[in-house]
Design a protein around this ligand. Sequence first.
Ligand SMILES: [Zn+2]
Ligand SMILES: [Zn+2]
Length: 317
Amino acid sequence: MNTTLSLHHLFQNNEIDNLKQLIEDLDKIFDNIPVTSSDLIKTTLLDIETIKQLKNKPNNVHVVFGKSLRTLHCTIIDDNAREHKLCVEKQPSTKKLKVVSVNLPFTSFQEQEYNNIEDLTNEFLLTINNLSSYLYELETIDHNCIVVEPKNPTFKDDFRNLYLDDRTWLHIEVTPDGSASNVHLIGQSNKWQDKLQKGILKWDHDKNIVENILIIFDLNNLIDIKSTKDLSAENTAFLEDDCSENITCSICFCTELPDNPGLPQPLCNNPSCDVNYHKSCLFQWLIACEGGRPPAFGVINGSCPTCLHPITCSENE
Ligand SMILES: [Zn+2]
Ligand SMILES: [Zn+2]
């Protein structure tokens, strides 16, 4: 056999499973490759065990190596054909897999270590199964409502701020079992507030969250809510695309603050006051107006910087 054929044979042959073996075989072909350094090359990053696991991984998992070969980016597909992306890292000491990031909130899933990709996948699917109502409710909200915040909502975000009108958003949190909690208005107008107060008492747990919102506010749907208001038809598509893009804070004139996630909100209760503020900006402003004294219970009263209407701002939700 000539050299080319031998090399071809060598690389077609799947039996080589380590670097030392490969170099020894190459050495036989070329006759004089020094093998002395092979022991120094440690394959701790990419080991045979990981390669074997990847070969035998379940069909519903796709794996891509990250920049360091220790990091694996997995896409797991659940029974409802949803794609979940997670990043895992192989621990050098234990050889186990640890979850670095996953698109889920509140789970113990990410605190454990897993022996292999299959174990990890099975445990993840179990977690997903337990959160099925949570995932379903968020999906239904995202499909049927105009979500102002978070900007690009994922399953990791357990809340949604929904557009009701230019001055009013509805805040909803979703619990792990798929119930709505902490439902309240941001930038309240009397019209929406009255409906919410009366409607929330009749919350029907057999219906999903979106259906309940529609009943409470006496609406047919929550997507066309913008076009039924005061907008001409040609503007609607544009506004639906980036209804959160143009909201700026009337104190700092920015949309997003680097250290404080969250968009400016319609915080003034005066229906004719057409401005939005970051909660943190308004809070700082009102403290400054009070001579720099922080409020006793995290809630500060003052007047709106724009219209001077009485305004209240709390440090937290
Ligand atoms: Zn601001
Ligand atoms: Zn105002």
